[in-house]
Ligand binder design. Structure first.
Ligand SMILES: [Zn+2]
Length: 294
């Protein structure tokens, strides 16, 4: 499934790999109790929470930004044929490249690849399996990897996370480095005059958002700064997947404060369709107004 958004002269295509009930709330948020879910069930279910499964519904997707005649892929989902600990991600055949083609892009059309961060569900399609080897999916692209993010995952500190999920660094990061397709960049790297990275440390040390500005319109892809809509109502909730939950909270609170009640189009990695929306103040907390539902 794909959806297209316009930001001035840019377009953003949402290229969905999957959307399903994947994680129990307590598996994501240590601060979330059954009482929290019960209290909000009327608006959480069925759109954001599958009552029967007792799980939150997340999308896994990439975004293609078309800017100045170039195609910039942001995040590359889980991937096919990957050896993973989580059954939902293990040896899957999502067929995401067909979805990408349906949106009008062949792998050779992608000029730049950005991973907001190096978690298993954001790097998978960096590579694909060919004759038993992992090869770059986008052979004509430059892959822009944030230096701080790479430094963390190749250090001892990053090892437990890699072991917990399956060696996605080995099958989805190293092959593109070895192919010579990677430029290591700073977290505030400008990709082109209209598209730029912004540091968003905490969830991982080198996580970035990808901001866009064109003809007075603005948008921002925020990776896992927000995992689910629950974090609008409970902005102080960090996830169990955050490398530094305290820093993650600070980054999220700053972001929400800066973007609330503005016209900036916000695209969190995992929000279900249509994913994009705007942040509004709601009492002490916030709410998310999906596009077309204001
Ligand atoms: Zn994620």
């Amino acid at each position: 499934m794909t959806t297209r958004f316009r930001v001035g002269e840019l377009t953003i295509d949402r290229v969905v790999e999957s959307e399903f009930a994947v994680l129990a709330p307590a598996e994501v948020y240590p601060d979330c109790s059954d009482a929290h879910i019960r209290r909000d069930l009327d608006w959480l279910a069925p759109r954001f929470y599958d009552r029967a499964a007792g799980k939150l519904i997340l999308a896994f997707q990439g975004f293609v930004i078309r800017s100045g005649g170039r195609n910039i892929m942001v995040d590359t989902c889980v991937g096919d044929c990957k050896q993973r600990r989580r059954a939902d991600f293990h040896q899957q055949r999502w067929g995401w490249l067909d979805t990408l083609r349906a949106a009008g892009f062949r792998p050779d059309d992608i000029d730049v690849v950005v991973c907001t961060h190096f978690h298993v569900d954001h790097v998978g399609w960096n590579t694909r399996l060919e004759d038993g080897r992992w090869v770059p999916t986008f052979p004509r692209a430059r892959y822009l990897f944030v230096q701080a993010e790479w430094d963390y995952w190749r250090s001892e500190a990053g090892r437990p996370g890699r072991e917990r999920t399956g060696d996605y660094i080995g099958d989805s990061i190293l092959p593109v480095i070895e192919a010579g397709l990677v430029d290591f960049v700073a977290a505030d790297h400008r990709i082109d005059p209209a598209v730029f990275m912004q540091p968003a440390p905490g969830h991982t040390p080198g996580m970035v958002c990808v901001g866009m500005q064109s003809r007075g319109e603005r948008a921002i892809i925020v990776g896992d700064l927000l995992h689910t809509v629950l974090q609008l109502k409970h902005p102080d909730w960090s996830t169990r997947f955050c490398a530094d939950p305290v820093r993650s909270r600070e980054t999220r609170l700053d972001f929400l404060e800066q973007h609330a009640d503005t016209d900036v189009l916000v695209l969190p990695a995992h929000f279900p369709a249509p994913t994009a929306g705007r942040i509004r103040r709601a009492g002490e907390a916030y709410a998310f107004r999906f596009v077309g539902e204001d």
